[in-house]
Design a protein around this ligand. Structure first.
Ligand code: NAD
Length: 349
């Protein structure tokens, strides 16, 4: 069956959805509602029927799916309104400003028997899928630390993202993606959350954060997002009991390093290195290490919508599920609490 979609909030991200929807068989974007007449002009130029009133949009618009792509503080309001008008809803991330808001959205979807899901598109990022594949295929053994970083250099937070009332800040913005990725990769509960938020260039919200998650097995995941980091760190750095892996960037440059077949005889004496005397940190001879290329992983962001349409047609399970959204929101709430109290939060999430 063919599905039509109307968009609430035709800004930067909505235009991206509109462009990408062309790659999704069975999905057509037909309409847009926005409070900004300039954005409505752009939507009209892009071939959409436009509305400056949400009631008319929901009553007369020719679509059964609504995409909510407004600033974050309006996600719940419009999603619940659209679901009460019996529309399926795809909401942008972060789904909501709190777990309470998210639960209201889930309840509206159940009450109206309509689909409700969230655009966690970074589950289809190639760098993430590459690391996930390395772990799933057991290429380096059991991981004990995972570090996931995204660093910008510009020191800017655009528009509403700089304001608390709009749900701005990096924990909500990039944090929600990176937490979601880690939870989809590690099949264990989180038992402890520690977070520190910084406002380096943007006074009202966090523009840098460091988040530590401890999992049931002791595995530690560190997530770090910064908007003013002039030297970059690798996108992913993972240590496991049989090797290490680095994915440097979104282009997926990087490598896997493992111990080779050659057995190393460790020096009983202190080794003199350029860094001074040490045994533990003495460099390892090259021949005792083996470097492997990263697996080649293909991925398309349009697969997100292909799954939504297949689900509506009864052919596939929905990939982005309510319980997963609730877990991420619980971690975000624990992270804010940890920053506020300067303590780690014990949990079972
Ligand atoms: P934006 O400012 O470019 O667009 C927001 C649009 O919403 C604007 O056109 C604005 O006029 C409109 N708007 C504002 N208040 C409104 C209201 N009360 N009613 C109706 N329309 C309203 O912002 P953006 O970058 O497109 O972000 C929009 C959403 O998309 C945010 O939730 C953001 O977190 C999300 N986003 C997701 C990704 C991703 O990778 N999934 C990337 C960027 C943004």
């Amino acid at each position: 069956m063919e599905y039509k979609m109307g968009i609430i909030g035709y800004g930067g991200m909505a235009s991206w959805h509109h462009k990408n929807s062309v790659k999704v068989p069975g999905l057509t974007v037909t309409s847009a509602f926005d409070i900004d007449s300039e954005r409505l002009k752009v939507a009209e130029q892009n071939g959409l029927k436009i509305y400056d009133n949400v009631d008319d949009f929901l009553k007369y618009g020719d679509f059964s799916i609504v995409l909510v792509a407004t600033p974050n503080n309006f996600h719940k309001y419009y999603s619940v309104m659209a679901m009460n008008a019996k529309k399926h809803v795809v909401c942008e991330k972060p789904v909501a400003m709190s777990l309470v808001e998210l639960d209201d959205m889930i309840a509206a979807s159940k009450k109206n028997n309509v689909l409700f899901t969230v655009h966690q598109n970074r589950r289809w990022d190639r760098d993430y899928k590459t690391i996930k594949r390395v772990l799933e295929d057991n290429l380096i053994g059991k991981p004990y630390t995972i570090e996931s970083r995204v660093h910008g250099q510009n020191g800017v937070m655009h528009g509403w993202r700089a304001y608390k009332v709009a749900g701005g800040g990096m924990l909500f913005d990039w944090g929600v993606h990176l937490i979601d990725q880690i939870l989809c990769m590690i099949n264990e509960k989180v038992t402890e959350v520690y977070c520190q938020l910084f406002s380096i260039k943007t006074p009202e919200v966090d523009d840098y954060f460091k988040l530590l998650l401890r999992f049931e097995s002791g595995l530690s995941a560190q997530i770090e997002v910064g908007t003013y980091c002039l030297e970059k760190m690798p996108r992913w750095y993972v240590n496991a009991d049989h090797g290490s892996v680095i994915v440097k960037n979104w282009e997926c440059e990087g490598k896997i390093t493992k111990a080779s077949e050659i057995v190393m005889e460790w020096e009983p004496e202190v080794v003199q290195t350029v860094g001074g005397p040490t045994r533990t940190m003495a460099p390892r001879p090259k021949e005792t290490l083996e470097e492997l290329a990263l697996p080649k992983v293909e991925s398309q962001w349009s697969d997100y919508y292909i799954n939504v349409i297949a689900h509506l047609n009864g052919k596939e399970d929905l990939i982005v599920k309510h319980e997963e959204l609730r877990r991420v929101m619980k971690i975000i709430e624990a992270a804010f609490e940890s920053d506020r109290t300067h303590q780690s939060i014990k949990c079972l999430i």
